[in-house]
Design a protein around this ligand. Structure first.
Ligand code: CO8
Length: 256
Protein backbone atom coordinates (compact mmCIF):
# COMPACT_ATOMS: atom_id res chain seq x y z
CA UNK A 1 0.00 0.00 0.00
CA UNK A 2 2.88 2.38 0.79
CA UNK A 3 6.23 2.54 -1.00
CA UNK A 4 8.48 3.49 1.91
CA UNK A 5 6.71 2.66 5.17
CA UNK A 6 4.95 -0.25 6.87
CA UNK A 7 2.05 0.31 9.24
CA UNK A 8 0.15 -1.73 11.81
CA UNK A 9 -2.15 -1.17 14.78
CA UNK A 10 -1.94 -3.29 17.96
CA UNK A 11 -3.49 -2.62 21.38
CA UNK A 12 -4.41 0.95 20.43
CA UNK A 13 -0.85 1.69 19.26
CA UNK A 14 -0.31 2.66 15.61
CA UNK A 15 3.20 1.70 14.52
CA UNK A 16 4.82 3.28 11.49
CA UNK A 17 8.07 1.75 10.35
CA UNK A 18 10.37 3.52 7.89
CA UNK A 19 11.03 0.94 5.22
CA UNK A 20 13.89 1.91 2.97
CA UNK A 21 16.60 -0.12 4.66
CA UNK A 22 19.07 -0.28 1.75
CA UNK A 23 19.44 3.52 1.91
CA UNK A 24 19.47 3.61 5.74
CA UNK A 25 15.89 4.96 5.57
CA UNK A 26 17.04 8.16 3.87
CA UNK A 27 13.95 10.34 3.76
CA UNK A 28 12.79 11.16 0.26
CA UNK A 29 9.79 13.41 -0.24
CA UNK A 30 7.31 10.62 -0.97
CA UNK A 31 8.40 8.88 2.20
CA UNK A 32 7.89 12.02 4.31
CA UNK A 33 4.42 12.43 2.77
CA UNK A 34 3.61 8.80 3.62
CA UNK A 35 4.81 9.23 7.22
CA UNK A 36 2.89 12.47 7.72
CA UNK A 37 -0.33 11.29 6.08
CA UNK A 38 -0.48 8.01 8.05
CA UNK A 39 0.33 9.74 11.34
CA UNK A 40 -2.39 12.30 10.63
CA UNK A 41 -4.85 9.53 9.73
CA UNK A 42 -4.12 7.59 12.94
CA UNK A 43 -4.22 10.80 14.97
CA UNK A 44 -7.92 11.04 13.97
CA UNK A 45 -8.70 7.35 14.42
CA UNK A 46 -10.65 6.58 17.62
CA UNK A 47 -9.17 3.07 17.76
CA UNK A 48 -5.67 4.53 18.07
CA UNK A 49 -4.46 6.14 21.30
CA UNK A 50 -0.69 6.32 20.81
CA UNK A 51 1.55 6.71 17.74
CA UNK A 52 4.91 5.01 17.34
CA UNK A 53 7.67 5.60 14.81
CA UNK A 54 10.55 3.23 14.13
CA UNK A 55 12.94 2.22 11.34
CA UNK A 56 13.68 -1.04 9.54
CA UNK A 57 17.23 -2.28 9.01
CA UNK A 58 20.45 -0.90 10.42
CA UNK A 59 19.33 2.69 11.09
CA UNK A 60 16.36 4.75 12.14
CA UNK A 61 17.27 7.21 9.37
CA UNK A 62 20.47 8.65 7.87
CA UNK A 63 18.70 11.89 7.00
CA UNK A 64 17.09 13.52 4.02
CA UNK A 65 17.76 11.88 0.66
CA UNK A 66 20.89 13.65 -0.58
CA UNK A 67 20.46 12.35 -4.15
CA UNK A 68 17.10 14.11 -4.28
CA UNK A 69 18.52 17.42 -3.00
CA UNK A 70 21.78 17.66 -4.90
CA UNK A 71 20.43 19.75 -7.81
CA UNK A 72 17.89 21.87 -5.94
CA UNK A 73 17.85 25.65 -6.18
CA UNK A 74 16.28 28.22 -3.84
CA UNK A 75 13.43 28.62 -6.34
CA UNK A 76 12.81 24.89 -6.80
CA UNK A 77 12.77 24.47 -3.01
CA UNK A 78 10.38 27.38 -2.58
CA UNK A 79 8.04 25.92 -5.20
CA UNK A 80 8.26 22.41 -3.73
CA UNK A 81 7.19 23.73 -0.31
CA UNK A 82 8.17 20.38 1.20
CA UNK A 83 8.22 21.76 4.72
CA UNK A 84 4.44 22.09 4.60
CA UNK A 85 4.51 18.32 5.19
CA UNK A 86 7.04 18.59 8.01
CA UNK A 87 4.97 21.32 9.70
CA UNK A 88 2.16 18.80 10.21
CA UNK A 89 4.17 16.88 12.81
CA UNK A 90 3.56 19.78 15.21
CA UNK A 91 -0.22 19.37 14.79
CA UNK A 92 -0.37 15.78 16.02
CA UNK A 93 -2.50 15.56 19.16
CA UNK A 94 -1.72 12.04 20.36
CA UNK A 95 1.59 11.06 21.99
CA UNK A 96 4.21 10.07 19.42
CA UNK A 97 6.86 7.65 20.67
CA UNK A 98 10.04 7.21 18.63
CA UNK A 99 12.01 3.97 18.87
CA UNK A 100 15.40 4.71 17.30
CA UNK A 101 18.56 2.74 16.59
CA UNK A 102 21.70 2.86 14.48
CA UNK A 103 22.12 6.20 12.73
CA UNK A 104 19.80 9.09 13.60
CA UNK A 105 21.26 11.71 11.30
CA UNK A 106 20.20 15.02 9.75
CA UNK A 107 16.55 14.92 8.75
CA UNK A 108 16.32 11.60 10.63
CA UNK A 109 17.37 13.42 13.80
CA UNK A 110 14.82 16.14 13.00
CA UNK A 111 12.14 13.49 12.60
CA UNK A 112 13.18 11.97 15.94
CA UNK A 113 12.93 15.42 17.55
CA UNK A 114 9.32 15.61 16.32
CA UNK A 115 8.56 12.66 18.62
CA UNK A 116 7.32 13.33 22.14
CA UNK A 117 9.32 10.56 23.80
CA UNK A 118 12.36 8.83 22.35
CA UNK A 119 13.63 5.40 23.32
CA UNK A 120 16.97 4.40 21.82
CA UNK A 121 18.88 1.19 21.39
CA UNK A 122 22.40 0.89 22.79
CA UNK A 123 24.88 1.94 20.10
CA UNK A 124 22.60 4.55 18.51
CA UNK A 125 24.42 7.66 17.26
CA UNK A 126 22.87 11.04 16.60
CA UNK A 127 24.32 13.74 14.36
CA UNK A 128 23.57 16.80 12.28
CA UNK A 129 26.09 16.26 9.43
CA UNK A 130 24.49 18.93 7.21
CA UNK A 131 27.41 21.29 7.92
CA UNK A 132 29.70 18.83 6.11
CA UNK A 133 27.45 19.05 3.03
CA UNK A 134 27.62 22.84 2.86
CA UNK A 135 24.11 23.31 4.21
CA UNK A 136 22.35 23.24 7.59
CA UNK A 137 19.32 21.57 9.13
CA UNK A 138 16.06 22.79 7.58
CA UNK A 139 13.31 20.78 9.24
CA UNK A 140 13.58 22.19 12.75
CA UNK A 141 16.98 20.87 13.84
CA UNK A 142 18.43 24.21 14.95
CA UNK A 143 15.20 25.17 16.71
CA UNK A 144 14.08 21.98 18.39
CA UNK A 145 17.57 20.89 19.49
CA UNK A 146 18.30 24.34 20.95
CA UNK A 147 15.04 24.46 22.89
CA UNK A 148 15.67 20.95 24.16
CA UNK A 149 19.34 21.05 25.20
CA UNK A 150 20.25 24.77 25.23
CA UNK A 151 22.20 27.07 22.91
CA UNK A 152 25.79 26.11 23.66
CA UNK A 153 25.30 22.36 23.56
CA UNK A 154 23.16 22.65 20.41
CA UNK A 155 25.84 24.74 18.68
CA UNK A 156 28.48 22.18 19.59
CA UNK A 157 26.67 19.41 17.69
CA UNK A 158 25.30 21.57 14.88
CA UNK A 159 28.59 23.37 14.08
CA UNK A 160 30.82 20.31 14.24
CA UNK A 161 28.50 17.68 12.74
CA UNK A 162 30.08 15.25 15.21
CA UNK A 163 28.34 12.07 16.25
CA UNK A 164 26.65 12.11 19.65
CA UNK A 165 26.66 8.80 21.49
CA UNK A 166 23.40 7.56 22.93
CA UNK A 167 24.55 8.06 26.54
CA UNK A 168 25.23 11.73 25.79
CA UNK A 169 21.79 11.98 24.15
CA UNK A 170 20.26 10.56 27.31
CA UNK A 171 22.27 12.91 29.54
CA UNK A 172 21.02 15.87 27.45
CA UNK A 173 17.39 14.74 27.75
CA UNK A 174 17.01 13.85 24.08
CA UNK A 175 16.16 10.23 24.85
CA UNK A 176 14.31 9.00 27.91
CA UNK A 177 15.63 5.45 27.91
CA UNK A 178 18.42 3.36 26.40
CA UNK A 179 17.70 -0.34 25.96
CA UNK A 180 19.30 -3.44 24.44
CA UNK A 181 18.74 -3.44 20.64
CA UNK A 182 16.74 -6.64 20.83
CA UNK A 183 14.45 -5.10 23.45
CA UNK A 184 13.87 -1.82 21.58
CA UNK A 185 10.62 -2.82 19.93
CA UNK A 186 9.11 -4.44 23.01
CA UNK A 187 10.19 -1.64 25.38
CA UNK A 188 8.81 1.05 23.08
CA UNK A 189 5.57 -0.91 22.72
CA UNK A 190 5.41 -1.26 26.49
CA UNK A 191 5.69 2.52 26.93
CA UNK A 192 3.08 3.00 24.23
CA UNK A 193 0.57 0.55 25.74
CA UNK A 194 1.05 2.11 29.18
CA UNK A 195 0.05 5.46 27.68
CA UNK A 196 -2.74 3.84 25.66
CA UNK A 197 -4.40 2.81 28.95
CA UNK A 198 -4.49 6.43 30.19
CA UNK A 199 -7.43 8.77 29.53
CA UNK A 200 -6.84 10.01 25.95
CA UNK A 201 -8.22 13.50 26.57
CA UNK A 202 -5.82 13.99 29.49
CA UNK A 203 -2.89 12.92 27.29
CA UNK A 204 -4.06 15.31 24.61
CA UNK A 205 -4.43 18.29 26.94
CA UNK A 206 -1.11 17.60 28.68
CA UNK A 207 0.77 17.41 25.35
CA UNK A 208 -0.97 20.57 24.19
CA UNK A 209 -0.07 22.49 27.37
CA UNK A 210 3.56 21.28 27.38
CA UNK A 211 4.01 22.26 23.73
CA UNK A 212 2.58 25.67 24.58
CA UNK A 213 5.10 26.04 27.42
CA UNK A 214 7.98 25.80 24.94
CA UNK A 215 6.93 29.03 23.22
CA UNK A 216 5.38 31.36 25.78
CA UNK A 217 6.25 33.19 29.03
CA UNK A 218 5.32 31.38 32.27
CA UNK A 219 2.38 33.61 33.14
CA UNK A 220 0.73 33.04 29.78
CA UNK A 221 1.42 29.31 29.97
CA UNK A 222 -0.14 29.08 33.43
CA UNK A 223 -3.36 30.60 32.10
CA UNK A 224 -3.36 28.19 29.17
CA UNK A 225 -2.79 25.21 31.45
CA UNK A 226 -5.72 26.27 33.63
CA UNK A 227 -8.10 26.35 30.65
CA UNK A 228 -7.06 22.82 29.66
CA UNK A 229 -7.47 21.70 33.28
CA UNK A 230 -10.99 23.13 33.45
CA UNK A 231 -11.89 21.62 30.06
CA UNK A 232 -11.12 18.10 31.31
CA UNK A 233 -13.88 18.49 33.91
CA UNK A 234 -16.32 18.31 31.00
CA UNK A 235 -15.12 14.79 30.15
CA UNK A 236 -16.72 11.49 31.12
CA UNK A 237 -13.23 10.21 31.86
CA UNK A 238 -12.81 12.80 34.65
CA UNK A 239 -15.95 11.43 36.34
CA UNK A 240 -14.82 7.86 35.71
CA UNK A 241 -11.25 8.47 36.95
CA UNK A 242 -12.27 10.20 40.17
CA UNK A 243 -15.24 7.88 40.93
CA UNK A 244 -13.03 4.84 40.33
CA UNK A 245 -10.53 6.22 42.85
CA UNK A 246 -13.28 6.79 45.44
CA UNK A 247 -14.80 3.33 44.73
CA UNK A 248 -11.34 1.68 44.85
CA UNK A 249 -11.69 0.11 41.40
CA UNK A 250 -9.72 0.31 38.14
CA UNK A 251 -11.02 3.09 35.87
CA UNK A 252 -12.20 2.32 32.34
CA UNK A 253 -11.34 5.31 30.18
CA UNK A 254 -13.28 5.89 26.95
CA UNK A 255 -11.72 9.05 25.58
CA UNK A 256 -14.95 11.01 26.03
N1 CO8 B 1 20.65 10.20 1.31
C1 CO8 B 1 20.70 9.34 0.25
N2 CO8 B 1 21.28 8.11 0.30
C2 CO8 B 1 21.83 7.75 1.47
C3 CO8 B 1 21.85 8.58 2.61
C4 CO8 B 1 21.22 9.86 2.49
N3 CO8 B 1 21.13 10.73 3.52
N4 CO8 B 1 22.48 7.94 3.61
C5 CO8 B 1 22.85 6.75 3.12
N5 CO8 B 1 22.46 6.63 1.83
C6 CO8 B 1 22.68 5.50 0.91
C7 CO8 B 1 24.06 5.53 0.29
O1 CO8 B 1 24.11 6.40 -0.81
C8 CO8 B 1 24.22 4.07 -0.10
O2 CO8 B 1 23.47 3.82 -1.28
P1 CO8 B 1 24.08 2.85 -2.44
O3 CO8 B 1 24.23 1.52 -1.76
O4 CO8 B 1 23.02 2.88 -3.47
O5 CO8 B 1 25.39 3.46 -2.82
C9 CO8 B 1 23.53 3.33 1.03
O6 CO8 B 1 22.64 4.28 1.65
C10 CO8 B 1 24.48 2.83 2.05
O7 CO8 B 1 25.27 3.93 2.50
P2 CO8 B 1 26.86 3.87 2.66
O8 CO8 B 1 27.45 3.02 1.60
O9 CO8 B 1 27.36 5.27 2.79
O10 CO8 B 1 26.97 3.08 4.05
P3 CO8 B 1 28.06 3.25 5.23
O11 CO8 B 1 27.78 2.16 6.20
O12 CO8 B 1 29.42 3.38 4.67
O13 CO8 B 1 27.69 4.67 5.91
C11 CO8 B 1 26.27 6.38 6.81
C12 CO8 B 1 26.43 4.89 6.50
C13 CO8 B 1 27.27 6.80 7.88
C14 CO8 B 1 24.85 6.62 7.33
C15 CO8 B 1 26.53 7.19 5.51
O14 CO8 B 1 25.72 6.65 4.46
C16 CO8 B 1 26.22 8.65 5.60
O15 CO8 B 1 27.03 9.41 6.14
N6 CO8 B 1 25.06 9.09 5.07
C17 CO8 B 1 24.71 10.48 4.94
C18 CO8 B 1 24.39 11.11 6.28
C19 CO8 B 1 24.06 12.57 6.10
O16 CO8 B 1 24.86 13.37 5.67
N7 CO8 B 1 22.80 12.94 6.45
C20 CO8 B 1 22.32 14.30 6.34
C21 CO8 B 1 21.60 14.45 5.05
S1 CO8 B 1 21.11 16.13 4.73
C22 CO8 B 1 19.73 16.33 5.66
O17 CO8 B 1 19.26 15.44 6.31
C23 CO8 B 1 19.11 17.69 5.58
C24 CO8 B 1 17.74 17.75 6.18
C25 CO8 B 1 17.05 18.96 5.66
C26 CO8 B 1 15.58 18.97 6.00
C27 CO8 B 1 14.78 17.83 5.44
C28 CO8 B 1 14.35 18.11 4.02
C29 CO8 B 1 13.58 16.99 3.43
Amino acid sequence: MYDYIDTSVTDGVARIELNRPNQFNALNRVMVKEIVSTLTMYDRDDEVRVLMLTGKGRAFSAGADIDEMVSETPISLELLNQFADWDQFASLKKPLIGAVHGYVFGGGFELALCCDLLIAAEGTTFAFPEVNLGVMPGAGGTQRLTKLIGRTRALRWLLTGERMAVDEAKACGIVIDVVHPEALESEAHKYATTLAAKPPLSLRMIKDAVNYAVDVPLREGMGYERKNFYALFASEDQTEGMCAFVDKRTPQFKGK
